[in-house]
Design a protein around this ligand. Structure first.
Ligand code: IPM
Ligand code: MG
Length: 303
């Protein structure tokens, strides 16, 4: 259980020794009263940073059985398959200085990226685009932020190494709009930590339910931590109604990305797909039909 207590040494050691970690969601009202330093999110961010998991993959794929569950019109999202690559160990999440000014009500964070950090996430994104449709959109706020001006320069320079990939740039406010206006214009999106956090929640909703989106956070050797994009949904905790598919699909990513077991990964994905086809789904996707319990879905998939 990832709580706000500092991670015990043996846990940290196990994390370092592991090839992959599969994590549920963190946080909840039980810990809301804790001061900032002790919130469970600190432990999650600590793991990401400690293990150098800088490359966060958040695919948003709409199953053909869920087209009508999306909050967007079917023709806008049919066959949607986009990949958000979010820089995960830098930017405003970790920038120094950060804190509160003593004595007055003032607080500050720093959005900072250096060339190396941008380049390494950029390479991951260009390479991912090469395995897909060779189109990469880099999202920033270069009309306002110096850090984004540098981001854009470095990504543009890098694109010379990947002449087969069509690179475009988009401001983040426009990207948020374009995602709900015409999501299929995107193939791979690469962006910084905070923008990626926000845009991936938008993309999640297009796939029918936020309970559908897996993620992989990888270091430079493809060791990784795998977690659903959604939060811990404290309002439904313990009721057996949470959609387990994002976590299960995260396990599929783990088989493929860290263990190189593509066939096993596809088996999991196919099982998930046939559960959707047969409407063996939790209430978020049931659309008025029979809703199954979390554990029933798990049992069905395992079988
Ligand atoms: C996510 C989450 C986390 C983040 C929280 C829980 C710290 O929203 O993984 O998207 O902001 O990165
Ligand atoms: Mg988030």
């Amino acid at each position: 259980e990832v709580t706000g207590e500092p991670l015990p040494q043996d846990t940290l050691k196990a994390a370092h020794d592991a090839d992959a970690i599969l994590l549920g969601a963190v946080g909840g009202p039980k810990w809301d009263e804790l001061d900032y330093e002790h919130r469970p999110e600190r432990a999650l961010l600590g793991l990401r940073s400690e293990l150098d998991l800088f490359a966060n993959f958040r695919p948003a794929i709409l199953s053909k059985y869920l087209t009508s569950s999306s909050s967007l019109k079917a023709n806008k999202v049919e066959n949607l398959d986009l990949l958000i690559i979010r820089e995960l160990t830098g930017g405003i999440y970790f920038g120094e200085p950060r804190g509160r000014t003593e004595g007055k009500k003032e607080a500050f964070n720093t959005m900072i990226y250096n060339q190396d950090e941008i380049e390494r996430i950029g390479r991951v994104a260009f390479e991912a685009a090469q395995k897909r449709d060779n189109a990469l959109c880099s999202v920033d706020k270069a009309n306002v932020l110096e850090v984004s001006v540098l981001w854009r320069e470095v990504i543009t320079e890098l694109s010379k190494d990947y002449p087969d990939v069509k690179l475009s740039h988009m401001l983040v406010d426009n990207a948020a709009m374009q995602l709900v206006r015409e999501p299929k214009q995107f193939d791979v999106i690469v962006t910084g930590n905070l923008f990626g956090d926000i845009l991936s929640d938008i993309a999640a909703m297009m796939t029918g339910s936020i309970g559908m989106l897996p993620s992989a956070s990888l270091n430079s050797e493809n060791k990784g931590m795998y977690e659903p994009v959604h939060g811990s949904a404290p309002d439904i905790a313990g009721k057996g109604v949470a959609n387990p598919l994002a976590t299960i699909l995260s396990a599929a990513m783990m088989f493929e990305d860290t263990f190189n077991l593509k066939e096993e990964a596809d088996l999991i994905r196919r099982a998930v797909d046939s559960s959707l086809e047969k409407s063996i789904v939790t209430e978020d996707l049931a659309d008025g039909n029979k809703a199954f319990k979390t554990s029933e879905i798990g049992d069905w998939l395992a079988k």
